[in-house]
Every structure is written in structure tokens, then in C-alpha cells.
Design a protein around this ligand. Structure first.
Ligand SMILES: [Zn+2]
Ligand SMILES: [Zn+2]
Length: 334
């Protein structure tokens, strides 16, 4: 089975990933404008119209900005829990073709089993995902203030992990754009993972089968890829582990496609798959051994900044490296 993963972009200003198997084409979050998502999919020869679904972790705009176009206008099914669906519907003033799942449940979309689990983050009902096929498992773990034992257990089968490395603690503390209240919020147990916290997660997940870690959701102001990489590398160095490949992600351009199967063909599939979209089904596919992976460089034709200025002021400013303003602060901000 061919399993391809392309991080279309990741960082505090937008997050979107694309997963393709023999049967399905999925987005995980849609944190760029519809135009940006279309342009980024085009770099790997895909279009939004051929998507089978969008999996949504939570309603913050750096994950949901493109929903109005991709899920709304194009009618691509949106997989979310009830609270998150209500939140994005309200934000976008739009109704979506929602496929509601219960947090903690698993369901199938074609040949992909989607396992969902709760994560501690300042949103309505934020989740992480473990996407499983017959041969590989891919974990999505961003936007969490801390990793609980349950979270670690849920992503433990992952062969590839998209892991938040949001900020360097010293850079965040020294940052002059953010008031202390915002810094506290980012560093809180419902905020984001620092490089050091991500390293602890990686350390706890070291195994023979975990082979790829994407350093994701970096703050542009309060982190640097070299710092995140150095912090994670130290863990593997100390553990004597040399089979884990660290991947940097970029805000403005897709990553090379990771092919998690040795038998995959280099050319994209010709025809979009046709599948049903079951709701609230459960099922767990056994983890398999990870075949050797390889990457394909997409033809990157666009590296312009995502434009999503008209959405969700507070969380965009909190996580999008913009100085917060008084009117952005929710009345119940802790
Ligand atoms: Zn985010
Ligand atoms: Zn968030």
C-alpha cells in the first residue's frame, strides 16, 4: 500500500497536511486560505476537489481558515467533534457537511483508520490523531500544553509523528511583542509544547518503529528550526538512537512528500478515489512494520505568505506571532 504524507505548511500562522493512500485523500487541518491550499496541493499535482475529507483538530484559525472554501463551497466532508464543528460553523458563519465523531473514538475512511484522542489545549474540544493503515501509523500531535500519559500511549504506535515544537523558552521569555499574560498562556498546561517539552515526548516514544519526526507549529518569533532540531537531536544522541529522521517544516512552503512504503510509485494516482464516508464507526487496524521511506520533492511554485487576516483575532494573534491587542483578549482568558 502506498502511503504518502505531505506537510503542506506548518507554523504559528497556519497548519495543513495532506495524506494519500490507495483509497483516500485527506487533509489534516486547513489552516491556510482556500487559495493557498489549492496552490500548495498543486505542487504535488492534486486539487481540493479530489479530497475525500478534512480531519480537524480544533477550531483555531491557524487550523481552520480554509474550511469556508474547502469544506463549505466545495462540499468536502469535514470530520470534527461536535463542539469543534459548532465553533468553526459559528466562526465561518457557514454550514459544513459535518461528519461528527466522538473524541476518543476511532472510525474508518476508506483504508485509513482514524483514532482520535483528547489533548490539553485552549480550545473547545481539541484532539490529536493517529492515522493507521495496514502498513503504517502516523501521529498528529500539535497544539497541546503538555503530553499526558494517555496522549503518549495513543501515539506510541506511530511510525511517523508530526510533533509540536512551538517555542524556545528563552526566546519566548525575551520576546518583547507579547505581554506576560500571553506568554503565561502559551507556556501553560493548555498552551503549546516548547522544544524541551517536545524532546521529552520524543524521548518517551523512542522505539524501533518510530522513524520520522516532523518538527511542527514553530513560532516565527519565539523559535528557530536549528534550536528545535538541536534539542530533539540531543535526546536521540543520549539514547544512542540513530534511526529517527528529523524533518523541518516550513510555514510558507510544502515539505517534500514522505512515502511510507517502499513499493510506492513515483507518479501520482491518475483518478481520484471514490469512497463512502462512514460516521462514528469503530475499528483498529493492527500496526505493521514500517517499510523504508523515501521523499519526493514537490515542485514548489508558491511561497507567498498565507493570507487569513479576517479570521479569529485573538488566537491568530496569540499564535500567529502578531502583537496582541486589548480587544483580542477574551473575557474569560486565564
Ligand atoms: Zn495551532
Ligand atoms: Zn490551537
Amino acid at each position: 500500500m502506498a502511503v504518502r504524507l505531505t506537510i503542506l505548511g506548518s507554523g504559528s500562522r497556519g497548519n495543513c497536511a495532506y495524506l494519500e493512500t490507495d483509497q483516500v485523500r485527506l487533509l489534516i487541518d486547513a489552516g491556510f486560505s482556500g487559495k493557498q491550499i489549492r496552490q500548495r496541493l498543486a505542487t504535488i499535482g492534486r486539487t481540493p476537489e479530489t479530497l475525500n475529507g478534512i480531519l480537524l483538530t480544533h477550531e483555531h484559525s491557524d487550523h481552520a481558515t480554509g474550511l469556508k472554501v474547502i469544506a463549505g463551497k466545495l462540499g468536502i466532508p469535514l470530520y470534527a467533534n461536535r463542539l469543534t464543528l459548532d465553533a468553526v460553523s459559528s466562526q465561518a458563519k457557514s454550514t459544513f457537511q459535518g461528519k461528527i465523531f466522538q473524541t476518543g473514538c476511532a472510525f474508518d475512511i476508506g483504508d485509513v483508520t482514524v483514532e482520535t484522542f483528547s489533548i490539553p489545549h485552549d480550545a473547545q474540544d481539541p484532539v490529536g490523531f493517529l492515522l493507521r493503515t495496514e502498513s503504517v501509523s502516523i501521529g498528529f500531535l500539535t497544539d497541546l500544553g503538555h503530553a499526558t500519559a494517555m496522549v503518549l500511549d495513543r501515539v506510541r504506535p506511530a511510525n511517523a509523528l508530526i510533533l509540536e515544537t512551538n517555542y524556545d523558552t528563552q526566546l519566548l521569555q525575551a520576546d518583547t511583542k507579547r505581554p506576560w499574560s500571553i506568554k503565561q498562556r502559551i507556556m501553560s498546561r493548555h498552551g503549546h509544547l516548547s522544544n524541551e517539552a517536545a524532546a521529552k515526548v520524543a524521548e518517551a516514544l523512542i522505539s524501533d518503529h518510530l522513524s520520522h519526526i516532523y518538527m511542527a507549529h514553530l513560532s516565527r518569533d519565539c523559535n528557530q528550526p536549528e534550536l528545535a532540531e538541536k534539542t530533539l537531536n540531543q535526546v536521540f544522541l543520549q539514547a544512542g538512537v540513530n534511526h529517527v529522521r528529523l524533518h523541518r517544516t516550513e510555514q510558507d512552503a510544502p515539505c517534500p512528500t514522505l512515502c511510507l512504503d517502499a513499493s510506492v510509485q513515483e507518479n501520482p494516482m491518475e483518478a481520484p478515489p471514490q469512497i463512502a464516508h462512514p460516521q462514528n464507526e469503530s475499528g483498529v487496524v493492527a500496526a505493521g512494520a514500517l517499510a523504508p521511506a523515501k521523499t519526493i520533492n514537490p515542485q514548489i511554485s508558491d511561497s507567498s505568505q498565507a493570507s487569513c487576516d479576517d479570521h479569529d483575532a485573538f488566537f491568530r494573534r496569540l499564535m500567529n506571532d502578531l502583537p496582541p491587542t486589548e480587544e483580542d483578549e477574551p473575557a474569560d482568558a486565564s
